[in-house]
Design a protein around this ligand. Sequence first.
Ligand code: ATP
Length: 322
Amino acid sequence: MTGSTGDELKAALPPALQARVTALRLADGVATVVADVSGLDAIERERTEAALREALMGQPGVSEVRVAMTADKVQRRIIAVGSGKGGVGKSTLSANLAVAMSRLGRKVGLVDADIYGPSQPRLLQTEGIKPRAKDSKMFPVPSPFGFGVLSMGNLIEGDKAIAWRGPMASGALGQLIDADWGDTEILIVDLPPGTGDVQLTMLQRHKPVGAVIVSTPQDLALIDATRAMQLFNQAGVPIIGVVENMAGYMCPHCGEVSDPFGSGGAEAEAARLGEAFLGRIPLTIKIRQDSDAGQPPAAGDSPEGQAFLAIARRVLTWLDNS
Ligand SMILES: Nc1ncnc2c1ncn2[C@@H]1O[C@H](COP(=O)(O)OP(=O)(O)OP(=O)(O)O)[C@@H](O)[C@H]1O
């Protein structure tokens, strides 16, 4: 049988696939196709590859299909979200920043680097979903909010604690950050709380373009937050700004705001240190309940959601001007 030429094979493809093909050759029954997959995420790229294989294998004279994919290199920038101590709302802010940025049209991804107490799977409804891997590279788990997530919580069983030592923890974190993030342009990394080796290694190895510091208005948290700022300064990571979380209790019944932990402390401290203040998130029952239910407030239009969106806009303005 005389096989088709490359041009004939290309003409037989559906138009959407044809548009991606930059070269197609047929020799000895082997169809070799080069496809430009710029702008497609990891899942769409796999679909394109599978569709090309299927369409070409059905053509006369083709007994084998080899697909090579090329793409414009995406310039991916990492934003680290850190705090001096645990429990101040770092994971909540990271999840909501990612949701807000995605809503604002950015190609964003989220790495939960809190490998000892990962909470992103619950916050972003990816509990129990294992990431796929190919050639020892992991693919992010798609969240229902339009972006991918990778967390140690997706790799370990249930609530099993991981008693890893620093180097192993850093290695695991590296695999999450170096996963196949496709066309993701902004990677938000929810750091473990504190200022230890794992944090420092991450900053040195993966060079975030900037850091967001979360603090509650309390003095102690502020001292810790100051320590976190010093860590970023030492590692040469610019601080984008400070977010004050739990900055006043909003009564769900009357809407009145009272300040159990005080308010304005983080803003004053940021000003004293010459750092930008990115905004304030109130302490509300809605934030805790919605977060626990895997419904980040930034996905909706409540006042809490608006507060997260405003902070995301400020971070994006910094990013677009840096
Ligand atoms: N503004 C807020 N209002 C009400 N609850 C909040 C607020 N921010 C965070 N929380 C709740 O506080 C708890 C701790 O938040 P989160 O897990 O985000 O903190 P964290 O700093 O990431 O802690 P860790 O580093 O220990 O994981 C969660 O139950 C969360 O829902």
